[in-house]
Design a protein around this ligand. Structure first.
Ligand code: HEC
Length: 252
């Protein structure tokens, strides 16, 4: 049940909404432009006060993909120039890598076997292991990281990484210990170490999943915490201690 991911589609849909909404504001002043942009269908170019470039565009002749790309990259409805914490800009964040492209499927579509293997191989190749092997860190630090959704947010109130450490946001999707309510986009991880043991294979599997879950679940919703640089190897060791340490509330 966790394999199908509506997130990419949702993100695209909300970008469409954002782009549609804002381009109406940019396009202008005229009340007549608003209902056309707000209504989901039919999508027709607003005849009044549209920007020069938009005026030449016939939305009805575009594929869904072309329309999405037009609204995001050309209609100036989204702040593509906004600086991001990783030193790029909003536009760079919207460029999909190979895994994201392969996994951007329309509703009802399934990844074919060849693409699935390719995605998993790319993800496996991205994983870098700590020198000296995978060891558990400090579960208390791991708990903080698992609880925190701070970091990398842009828009109106960008996260300042000088003022706060980016976290893993694990609770947003997982129930983990029972002292805090978690989300259910991912499976419950309550009692993780107690139930599964802390053998070498289990440690490697867990490290891999946190570093780049596409290695096991091709088009998962879970972010690539290590591969995308959100968590360092040391931080992953701390989060793992939170999952495995017998003293951690996860296993109480
Ligand atoms: C955006 C949602 C999301 C976030 C955030 C997230 N995960 Fe996940 N996680 C998932 C989903 C969904 C799965 C199930 C894999 C699948 O089928 O896609 C999963 C699977 C896992 C698994 C494997 C579970 C198993 O039963 O073998 C582990 C371990 C895990 N996540 C740990 C974490 C940790 C630790 C964090 C924080 C650093 C985290 N996840 C953040 C969505 C998320």
């Amino acid at each position: 049940m966790f394999k199908k991911s509506p997130i990419a589609a949702l993100a695209a849909a909300s970008l469409l909404l954002i782009a549609g909404g804002c381009s109406a504001t940019n396009a202008g002043k005229s009340e007549a432009a608003k209902p056309a942009a707000v209504a989901a269908a039919p999508v027709v170019a607003a005849p009044v006060a549209a920007p020069a470039a938009a005026a030449k565009v016939d939305y009805t002749k575009m594929s869904a993909k072309d329309l999405a790309e037009y609204l995001i990259f050309e209609a100036e409805g989204y702040d593509l120039k906004q600086a991001t914490q990783e030193g790029t800009n909003g536009r760079a964040r919207l460029v999909q890598d190979e895994i994201q492209k392969a996994c951007s499927l329309m509703k009802g579509q399934e990844l074919d076997d060849k693409s699935r293997e390719k995605v998993m191989a790319l993800a496996t190749a991205s994983i870098k292991y700590p020198e000296g092997g995978i060891k558990l860190g400090d579960w208390k630090k791991g708990r903080e990281l698992a609880w925190s959704g701070y970091g990398y947010r842009t828009a109106h109130n960008p996260d300042d990484h000088e003022k706060g450490t980016p976290g893993g946001n694990c609770y947003n999707c997982h129930q983990i210990a029972t002292d805090r309510t978690g989300g259910d986009i991912g499976p419950s991880l309550t009692g993780y170490g107690k139930n599964r043991g802390a053998g070498e294979d289990m440690l490697k599997y867990t490290y891999d999943v946190i570093y780049n879950p596409h290695a096991y679940f091709a088009c998962t919703n879970m972010p690539r915490m290590g591969a995308s640089g959100v968590l360092s190897q040391k931080q992953i060791a701390d989060v793992m201690a939170y999952l495995f340490d017998p003293e951690s509330p996860v296993n109480k």
